[in-house]
Every structure is written in structure tokens, then in C-alpha cells.
Write a protein that binds this ligand. Structure first.
Ligand SMILES: C[S@@+](CC[C@H](N)C(=O)[O-])C[C@H]1O[C@@H](n2cnc3c(N)ncnc32)[C@H](O)[C@@H]1O
Length: 284
């Protein structure tokens, strides 16, 4: 009987720099065969095209929005030369795809981001929407934060920014700061925004997936089965959390949210780091 052994070939290559932790699950791992690269990109393009169609139906897609295939090619070019190779703790590859796609398709005049972290997401949006004015806020200073001249970096919470009390038409708000989605949407609407992209949009069944979920999330505010008074309790190692849904939450959801588009999960396509749920919200 033949001896069991692997039947593919393996040769050593230089794959520097090596990533650590969560990033090691995607940095330096990729297809090489052209035809397979093409199929994988087509699988992503198909999903970007579905988003493009949904945005057109919502009436928010500009007439000159790029085709899905062009968005994916542009993303790959930008992502390939991203200055922060390892953005663990922030947006990894799959969420980066959607951040890029939304910015490239919507072509917002202005992007206001809450949650700069090391600056990867704002850099990526500057690549996707080169004509947009981009302002990014973070309450923390971060070692090694990018400084890109296309971006205005601000220290603090955006609600203190007096010059943004009335947002320019066509502003996209991007919330990735783990602050309550309800609060962020209320602020965005009060300032005249029509569109907000929220990250970490975990529903009531998956709140344990992140250390500080932005409760009540958009997914919770639009969950028809989540009644006022429901106490959501969840546990992560060493900590038990609880949040009771209020009637005011549900009313805020109805008052604020006209529609939502949830970004498709690309994890099934490429098995990179599991994507945090990201949702585009059309505000009333
Ligand atoms: C998940 S990280 C953001 C990741 C980043 N968007 C990226 O993809 O690279 C969350 C960030 O939100 C910041 N943050 C927390 N509270 C904030 C607030 N009130 N306003 C702005 N940023 C805040 C944290 O300091 C942290 O840097």
C-alpha cells in the first residue's frame, strides 16, 4: 500500500514581513494562480454589484458611480499598498473591502469618521473617494497613527466639533468607535446627515463577539422580535454584561432609520478574519 503523504509541492519563499496575532490569519496568505485570483475577485465583484444595485434602488447611487469590477480592482490596488500592513484591532481585509466600496460607490462630498485608531480606515477611504473631504476623530492618541495630507485628524469626540453642527450635503458618517449606534445616529441626523455606515453592528444574539458592542446597535433597533423590556445578557471571559432594551430605543430606531443595507459577509469567500457586521443606514 502506498505511504500516506502530501501530493502537492512546497518551496520556501520570502514572505516578509510576518504578521502576528489575528493579522497572521490573513497577512501574507493569498492565492497566486491568476485564474483563481480572478475567480475570487469575481465572487467579491458579484457582491459589490448587488450592493451597487441596492444603492441604485434606494436612489443614493450617483449616475457616474463606478462598476463593481472597477471598484474591486481599485480596492486591490490600494489595499496592496496600504501603509499599515497589520491593522488588528481595526478594520481587517473584508471590512476594508466594504469601507472602500461604499466610499467609491457613493462618492460622498465629505466623510466624517469617528474612530481613527491607527488611521487605516481613513487612509482607505481617501483612496476610494479622492475628491471627498475626510475628517476623522479619535479620543485617544495612538502610537504610529498615520498622517496623510488628504485627511484632517482631530482629537476628541465629533459631537464637540462646532464647525460640523451642520454637515455639508452628501456627507457620509462612518461610526467605528464602539459608541451606541442609537446615539451616533441621533447625532448624525441632528446634523443633517442622510447616510451613516456603522461597524460592529452585532445583533442581540451575537453581542459577545466584541468587547464593547455599540449597544443598542442598528441591528437591535431594527429587530422586530426585540421587545422593549428585554434584558440582553451576555458573557465574555471574566465579564458579564446586561442591557435592557427600552421603548425609547425602539422609537428612536423607527424615527431615525429609513432603510439599512447590511454589507455581505466575505468570510465565506476567502476565510480571512471573520468580518464584523457593517451596515449602511439611510436616515430619515
Ligand atoms: C475599532 S477602533 C477604530 C478602527 C479604525 N476605524 C480602523 O478601521 O482602523 C475604535 C477607535 O474608536 C476610538 N474611540 C472610542 N471612543 C471614541 C469617541 N467617543 N470618539 C471617537 N473615537 C472614539 C478608540 O480610541 C479606538 O481608536
Amino acid at each position: 500500500m502506498p505511504k500516506a503523504r502530501q501530493i502537492y509541492t512546497v518551496r520556501g519563499v520570502e514572505s516578509a514581513p510576518r504578521a502576528t496575532g489575528k493579522a497572521a490569519r490573513e497577512v501574507g496568505r493569498h492565492l497566486v494562480t491568476d485564474a483563481l485570483v480572478r475567480r475570487a475577485r469575481d465572487a467579491v465583484s458579484m457582491r459589490v454589484d448587488a450592493l451597487r444595485g441596492a444603492l441604485a434602488q434606494r436612489g443614493v447611487l450617483p449616475a457616474d458611480a463606478p462598476e463593481a469590477g472597477a471598484v474591486v480592482e481599485a480596492f486591490e490596488r490600494s489595499y496592496g499598498r496600504r501603509p499599515l500592513r497589520d491593522n488588528a484591532g481595526g478594520t481587517m481585509r473584508n471590512s476594508s473591502t466594504w469601507l472602500f466600496a461604499v466610499a467609491a460607490l457613493l462618492r460622498p462630498s465629505t466623510i466624517v469618521e469617528c474612530g481613527t485608531f491607527r488611521g487605516h480606515s481613513s487612509w482607505l477611504m481617501a483612496e476610494a473617494a479622492p475628491d471627498a473631504r475626510i475628517i476623522t476623530f479619535d479620543v485617544m492618541r495612538e502610537d504610529g497613527r498615520l498622517r496623510d495630507r488628504r485627511i484632517e485628524y482631530r482629537l476628541g469626540d465629533w459631537s464637540d466639533a462646532g464647525d460640523l453642527e451642520i454637515l455639508p450635503q452628501g456627507t457620509l458618517c462612518v461610526f467605528d468607535d464602539h459608541i451606541s449606534h442609537r446615539l451616533r445616529l441621533e447625532q448624525a441626523k441632528a446634523r443633517g446627515a442622510a447616510l451613516a455606515l456603522v461597524d460592529d453592528d452585532y445583533d442581540a444574539l451575537t453581542l459577545y463577539a466584541t468587547g464593547s458592542p455599540p449597544v443598542p446597535t442598528v441591528a437591535m433597533l431594527t429587530d422586530p422580535e426585540l421587545a422593549a423590556g428585554t434584558c440582553c445578557e451576555w458573557e465574555r471571559p471574566g465579564k458579564q454584561y446586561a442591557y435592557t432594551v427600552t421603548e425609547a430605543d425602539l422609537q428612536a430606531g423607527r424615527d431615525l432609520i429609513a432603510w439599512t443595507e447590511r454589507m455581505p459577509d466575505l468570510t465565506a469567500v476567502n476565510r480571512y478574519v471573520a468580518q464584523a457586521p457593517m451596515t449602511l443606514v439611510g436616515l430619515r
